[in-house]
Write a protein that binds this ligand. Structure first.
Ligand SMILES: Cc1cc2nc3c(=O)[nH]c(=O)nc-3n(C[C@H](O)[C@H](O)[C@H](O)COP(=O)(O)O)c2cc1C
Length: 129
């Protein structure tokens, strides 16, 4: 399952729609382990990369215990701060940064995330293999 945040520009929401996997917006608390998908909104120096609604969501221990990985969106124009929200969340929550994509992603991003998530959840459910 995916929990995601997207703003009015809707890039992340379009990426999620193309993935075609079960997904909820952050407003609905997830009931099972999820991968978080979020865009990056930093100032010019990388500060504030994680959107405030995502911070509020992750401040709730009930949500934080269920996060298993993060996928971050961004724009390569931001250079070293591309998709920085993913690095910050991975570090703070101790989960892997699974993927980074630009804007609403390419067809290749969609295909790679779909198959990557399948492998990821298979491993999560049977870690011995
Ligand atoms: C004010 C502002 C700051 C941004 N900062 C970053 C940034 O630091 N790094 C990055 O990779 N993308 C940055 N972006 C690009 C957004 O992450 C990108 O447009 C994303 O696709 C937006 O997703 P959404 O439409 O779902 O909100 C920024 C965009 C805006 C408008």
């Amino acid at each position: 399952m995916i929990a995601f945040y997207s703003t009015a520009s809707g890039n992340t929401a379009r990426f999620i729609a193309r993935l075609g996997v079960p997904a909820v917006r952050l407003a609905e608390p997830p009931v099972r382990p999820f991968v978080l998908v979020t865009p990056t909104y930093a100032d010019g120096e990388g500060r504030g990369a994680v959107p405030k609604p995502v911070i509020r969501f992750l401040n709730d221990p009930a949500n934080r215990t269920l996060i298993r990985g993060v996928i971050a969106g961004g724009n390569r124009n931001f250079g070293e701060f591309f998709a920085r929200a993913g690095d910050v969340i991975a570090m703070k929550c101790g989960v892997p940064l699974l993927y980074r994509f630009e804007l609403s992603g390419t067809d290749e991003d969609v295909a790679r995330v779909r198959s990557g998530l399948e492998r990821f959840w298979t491993r999560q459910l049977s870690p011995a293999q």
